[in-house]
Design a protein around this ligand. Structure first.
Ligand code: NAD
Length: 629
C-alpha cells in the first residue's frame, strides 16, 4: 500500500510557440499595469521583445540577472523596483532570471510572470536559492511560486546546443530524483517518467537540428513536467551535491548537473532498482547510469568536474560538507569523468538492420516478405537487447544443429522444441478453435505417424500391452449436433510407461495407434488402455533446455485424435484425464479446460462382452466445423 500527501502549486501555465505575444494580456489578467522586466545577459533580444510588447504597461527593464541569484544583484534590482513603483515582475530567461524575479517577489510581494528560455524548471517551483559571500541558502514558500508561466517554444530555438544539452540534463535530474524521493507519489512518478522520455527523445533531435520546433517543444514540455517534480517532492543526494558545488565552489549550474547525474545514479542504483528500471526504460537504454553517461557523451555534454574547472584540491572539502557514505569516491569519479560501470555502449545497428531489410524488398510474395523481414527485425532486436556474445551465438547455432540432427521419421525434436516453447500452442490457437461451437483443438505433438493401421470399430488397439483397460466411445458431430458418418478418426497414445510405439526399439510395428471410420450414427468405439502422464524425450537438446531452466518434462495424461471428414475442417485434438497429473503445468502447454474429461471407472458389464475385472470408460462428442467454401 502506498501512502502520500500531495500538494500542487496553483500556477497558470500557457504553452506554445509565440505565446510571448500574450504577455500584455497576462499582465492585465493579474490586474497590473507597471511591469519591471528582469533578464540576464544571454536573452537580451527576447527580453527586449517582451518589453516592447508591453507598451504602456512597461515601467522598466533590469538586465543584470546572474547565476545562483547573488543578493547584491537582487539589492540593485530592488532599488529599481521601488524607484519605478513597479507592480508586476516579468522574468525572461533561464533559471537565473527566474531566480531574480523570485528574489524580488519574495521581498516585495509583487506577482510574477515567468518566461523561461532554458529547461531549468525554476519557474514552476516555490524554491529560491540565493548566494552571498557565505555560500548558497535555499528557502521554499508558496508565495515564491510565479503566478503565471509563459512557455514560448520560440524563445528556446536560439539556446545554444551545449546549453540545451546541459539544461535538458538538469531537468532530467529533477525527474530522476523525484522517482526515488521519500515523497514520491503516483502523480510525480508519472510526470517524472514522461519528462525523462520527452527529454531523451528531444535532445538528440536538438543536437542534430537546433531549430527543430518539435524537438524544442518536447524538451520544453519535459522541462515543465520535471520542474513540477522539483517543486513538489524533496530532492536527494544529487541536488544536494550540485547545490554545494555550484553555491560554494562556483561551478556552473546545468553543466554540474550534467556531470554529476550519471555518477550519483550509479551511486544510488542498488538502493533504488525500480527507479533505475523506469529511468532506463524512459531513456531507452539497458542500464540507467552508464546509459545516461553514454547519451550525454553522444550529445557532446561534459562528463567531468575537471573540465568544469573544479580544483582537485577542493574534492576533500566538498566531501566533508556532505555527510554521506562513499561521497568522496563518488566525487573522485565525477572529477575524472569515469564512465559508470554497466554494459558497454550499444552500437547503433539501425543501418545494418536497414540494409538486411532492404535486401528482401524485392521478395515477390508479400506474405513471405512480411514473415522474413519481421523475423530479421525480431532477431536483430533480440541479439542487440541481450548483448549476445559470440560464445552464446555459437551455442545457439550448435543447439539448433543438434536439434535438426536428432530428427528422423520417428523423432521430431523441432516439433518438441516448438511445443515446449509454447509456439505450437500459439499457432494452434491462431489457426484453429476459433469457433465456439467446435471442439477446441490441441497440438499435434511429435509422435503422430501418418497412415496408422485401419481397425474395425470395437477393436483393441493396445496390442496386449499391460495397462488398465479403457473403453472409448466417441461421437463425431457437426456444429448442429448432427452425426457425421464416414469420418476418419486417427487415434494414438503412449503406453502404461509413458512411451509411444515409435520410441520402443523392441516394438515391431504400430501399437496404441489406429485409424477408425465413424459408423452411420457418427460413432467410433474401441478398447485401449488408460493413458498415463509421461515425460517427453529428454535425451536431446530440448531435454537439456528443460534441465537448464529447471522445468519438468511431463505431459498430462491424454489421448490424441485427428478427425477428418469430406467437407469438414480437420480437427487435431487431445482428451485429458480429469484429475490426472500435470494438468496445470503440461510441459507443452496443450491442456484446455474443455478437453479435460472424466475417464471414469466402468460400471456394469464391460461392452462387447469382454471379460475384464477393472476397466474405465470415456465418452465424448467431437464437434467439427464445415469447411468454408
Ligand atoms: P541561466 O539562467 O544562468 O542561463 C545560462 C546561460 O544561458 C546564461 O548565459 C543565459 O543568458 C543564457 N541563455 C538562457 N536562455 C537562452 C536562450 N534562449 N538563448 C541563448 N542564451 C540563453 O542558467 P539555467 O541553467 O537556466 O539556470 C540556473 C540557475 O537557476 C541557477 O542559479 C540555479 O540555482 C537556478 N535554478 C533554480 C531552481 C529553483 O527551483 N529555484 C531550479 C533550477 C535552477
Amino acid at each position: 500500500m502506498t501512502s502520500f500527501a500531495y500538494t500542487s502549486g496553483p500556477a497558470r501555465v500557457v504553452f506554445g510557440p509565440g505565446v510571448l505575444d500574450q504577455l500584455p494580456e497576462e499582465v492585465r489578467r493579474l490586474g497590473r499595469s507597471r511591469v519591471l522586466v528582469v533578464s540576464g545577459a544571454g536573452t537580451a533580444d527576447a527580453a527586449a521583445r517582451a518589453a516592447a510588447s508591453l507598451g504602456p504597461l512597461l515601467a522598466g527593464h533590469f538586465a543584470g540577472a546572474a547565476m545562483h541569484t547573488p543578493v547584491d544583484v537582487t539589492r540593485e534590482a530592488l532599488e529599481l523596483v521601488r524607484g519605478l513603483d513597479a507592480d508586476c515582475l516579468v522574468s525572461v530567461g533561464g533559471g537565473s532570471a527566474t531566480g531574480l524575479g523570485k528574489a524580488l517577489s519574495v521581498r516585495t510581494g509583487l506577482p510574477q510572470i515567468a518566461v523561461p528560455s532554458t529547461y531549468a524548471g525554476s519557474e514552476v517551483t516555490p524554491v529560491l536559492g540565493e548566494t552571498d559571500e557565505t555560500g548558497k541558502t535555499t528557502r521554499s514558500a508558496p508565495e515564491i511560486l510565479p503566478e503565471t508561466v509563459l512557455y514560448d517554444v520560440r524563445l528556446t530555438l536560439g539556446l545554444p546546443v551545449p546549453l540545451s544539452v546541459t539544461s535538458g540534463v538538469n531537468a532530467m535530474a529533477h525527474a530522476v530524483e523525484a522517482l526515488y524521493s521519500p515523497d514520491a507519489n503516483p502523480a510525480t512518478g508519472a510526470l517524472a517518467q514522461r519528462a525523462i522520455t520527452l527529454l531523451a527523445r528531444a535532445l538528440p533531435g536538438i543536437v542534430a537540428e537546433p531549430g527543430d520546433l518539435e524537438a524544442r517543444s518536447d524538451a520544453l514540455t519535459g522541462a515543465w513536467l520535471a520542474g513540477i517534480c522539483l517543486g513538489t517532492v524533496r530532492m536527494g543526494l544529487h541536488h544536494k551535491l550540485c547545490h554545494l558545488l555550484g553555491g560554494s565552489f562556483g561551478l556552473p549550474h546545468a553543466p554540474t548537473h550534467t556531470v554529476m547525474l550519471p555518477q550519483v545514479m550509479a551511486h544510488q542504483a542498488a538502493a533504488v532498482p525500480e527507479a533505475m528500471r523506469v529511468v532506463a526504460e524512459a531513456l531507452n537504454v539497458r542500464d540507467a547510469p552508464s546509459g545516461l553517461y553514454d547519451l550525454i557523451t553522444s550529445w557532446g555534454g561534459p562528463t567531468s568536474l575537471r573540465e568544469l574547472g573544479m580544483a582537485a584540491g577542493d574534492l576533500d572539502e566538498a566531501a566533508r560538507r556532505v555527510d554521506v557514505d562513499g561521497v568522496r569516491a563518488l566525487l573522485g569519479t565525477a572529477y575524472e569523468g569515469t564512465r559508470p560501470p554497466g554494459p558497454a555502449a550499444v552500437p547503433d545497428f539501425s543501418a545494418l538492420t536497414g540494409q538486411v531489410l532492404a535486401s528482401f524488398a524485392a521478395t515477390p510474395d508479400p506474405r513471405v516478405r512480411t514473415l522474413v523481414t519481421d523475423l530479421v527485425r525480431v532477431l536483430h532486436d533480440y541479439t542487440n537487447r541481450n548483448d549476445l556474445t559470440q560464445q552464446e551465438w555459437e551455442y545457439a547455432v550448435d543447439f539448433l544443429t543438434r536439434t535438426g540432427q536428432l530428427c528422423s521419421p520417428t523423432r521430431q525434436e523441432f516439433v518438441l522444441l516448438s511445443d515446449t516453447l509454447g509456439v505450437s500452442s500459439m499457432v494452434d490457437l491462431l489457426s484453429n478453435s476459433r469457433t465456439p461451437q467446435t471442439t477446441p483443438s490441441a497440438v499435434l505433438g511429435p509422435f503422430y505417424v501418418p497412415g496408422p493401421p485401419p481397425e474395425p470399430l470395437g477393436a483393441d488397439i493396445a496390442g496386449g500391452l499391460p495397462g488398465t483397460p479403457l473403453w472409448a466411445d466417441v461421437l463425431i458431430a457437426d456444429v448442429a449436433g448432427q452425426p457425421v458418418a464416414g469420418a476418419v478418426v486417427d487415434v494414438w497414445q503412449s503406453n502404461d510407461d509413458g512411451f509411444y510405439d515409435v520410441q520402443l526399439p523392441e516394438q515391431a510395428g504400430p501399437v496404441l495407434r489406429a485409424r477408425f471410420t465413424s459408423d452411420t450414427d457418427g460413432r467410433v468405439r474401441f478398447w485401449t488402455i488408460l493413458p498415463s502422464e509421461y515425460p517427453i524425450p529428454d535425451d536431446g537438446p530440448v531435454g537439456q533446455m528443460l534441465a537448464a531452466t529447471g522445468r519438468h518434462q511431463y505431459r498430462a495424461p491424454h489421448l490424441h485424435f485427428m478427425i477428418s471428414a469430406p467437407g469438414y475442417r480437420r480437427l487435431v485434438t487431445q482428451l485429458f484425464v480429469a484429475g490426472g497429473a500435470y494438468l496445470d503445468s503440461d510441459t507443452v502447454f496443450g491442456v484446455k479446460d474443455d478437453l479435460i474429461v472424466d475417464f471414469a471407472p466402468g460400471s456394469g458389464a464391460p461392452p462387447d462382452g469382454r471379460a475384464v475385472e477393472e476397466w474405465h470408460q470415456v465418452s465424448y462428442t467431437f464437434r467439427i466445423a464445415e469447411e468454408k467454401p
